[in-house]
Design a protein around this ligand. Structure first.
Ligand SMILES: *Cc1c(COP(=O)(O)O)cnc(C)c1O
Length: 368
């Protein structure tokens, strides 16, 4: 294994297993859809989606038309793809050509979609998203009532959804409030569109109990091994390893300062390993990736500031010349980073970016 950039190993078998774990929790008839936006939280949307399709996942969520277009080329035609960011004006025909379903989250967006349907005389399928308390994207209650009373002839909503704001905190009162609002809105829309599907829960919401499952859950984080309820043991498998190659090993000939700003200093005979990977690769001190690593299982600590493409570990206590330093592995998991550095697994993953060499592996219960 040689690489001039870091090696991000992604265990597709663990991702499949995490999907199956959530699927097995769901109430009868509820579907487990995969959220693979942002290039599957930086681990590779095409590979992840194919691996999940192979074990029975049929429905995928992307954030943008561009992401969905890329995936559409790679998946069998019966895969259903939703675009959470909706359809921008002028892009509607791409949704039809590529068989994508936009999530519409405002009356403006609905009317724009209906204008397009009108031009073609077709009731193209769409999803409707209701705001039940997060105040991000979503129809307001009055938008929703307006829509129900107008019941436009060309409106063909196949999915009705909302999104939970606090699902990772099981006892948070918002969860139940959002659930109540979504339940009552679902009854109203099902009265008009009896075959419409309903969906409320993300990963954490899927662990809140059957009443949150509706017809479909939409899981992202859980696929990638992020703990759905950080107060409890993580029931999911870790998915990634990240190893950074050592570019140079040097022993200090005298006391010296290290890195930009000369913020750190070292004594004579300190041994340093300069590794490839920096803030351009999502290695941020605040995310917990930079402070510690492991060499053959032994912890090492970094010295000085992280640069764009490199930073430095003190390896004085390590014998031999290591080729790699691990910054995410079976011991330094996303959970450990979260607990130690108060980071979000979501941010760590999606910050990783594109420069790593990705290795896809199918291995058993662990991520080695
Ligand atoms: C990103 C996203 C999800 C997935 O959330 P996770 O917490 O990663 O499971 C589900 N639904 C919507 C609307 C999203 O934007």
């Amino acid at each position: 294994m040689t690489s001039s950039t870091g090696i991000l190993s992604i265990n597709l078998a663990a991702i499949q297993s995490n999907w199956m774990h959530v699927t097995a929790l769901l109430k009868y008839g509820s579907e487990c859809a995969a959220v693979v936006k942002a290039d599957a939280y930086s681990v590779g949307a095409v590979e992840v989606a194919k691996a999940l399709y192979a074990v029975g996942c049929q429905t995928f969520y992307l954030a943008t038309l561009e992401e969905a277009a890329e995936l559409r080329r790679e998946l069998p035609l019966d895969a259903v793809l939703y675009v959470l960011g909706g359809a921008r004006q002028g892009a509607e025909s791409s949704f039809i050509d590529l068989d994508l379903i936009p999530v519409l989250y405002s009356l403006v967006a609905v009317n724009q979609w209906l204008d397009f349907c009108g031009l073609n005389g077709q009731a193209y399928p769409c999803a409707l998203k209701l705001d039940t308390g997060m105040t991000r994207l979503g129809l307001t209650d009055s938008d929703f009532e307006t829509l129900l009373s107008l019941r436009p002839a060309l409106l063909n909503p196949v999915l009705f959804m909302s999104h939970l704001a606090c699902a990772d905190i099981a006892g948070h009162p918002s969860n139940n409030e959002q659930l109540q609002r979504f339940q009552s809105a679902s009854l109203k829309i099902k009265a008009l569109y009896p075959t419409i599907k309903t969906s409320l829960a993300n990963s954490s919401g899927s662990f809140l109990g059957e009443e949150y499952h509706f017809d479909m859950v939409r899981i992202g984080a859980a696929l990638y091994g992020i703990n759905p309820n950080p107060e409890l043991p993580n029931p999911l498998l870790p998915v990634i390893n990240l190893q950074l190659p050592v570019l140079q090993i040097r022993t200090a000939e005298q006391a010296a300062s290290v890195g930009y700003g000369a913020e750190a200093s070292i004594d004579t005979n300190t041994r340093l390993a300069v590794v490839a990977g920096g803030y351009a690769d999502g290695v941020h001190r605040s995310l917990g990736l930079a402070p510690t690593g492991r060499v053959n299982g032994v912890p090492v600590f970094s010295v000085g500031r992280v640069s764009m493409d490199s930073f430095i570990f003190d390896i004085t206590h390590i014998s031999g010349n290591p080729e790699y330093v691990s910054v995410i592995d079976t011991k330094l998991t996303l959970d450990v980073l979260m607990n130690t550095y108060k980071t979000l697994g979501y941010e760590v993953l999606t910050s990783l970016g594109r420069r790593y060499q990705r290795h896809y592996v199918f291995s058993g219960a662990s991520n080695e």
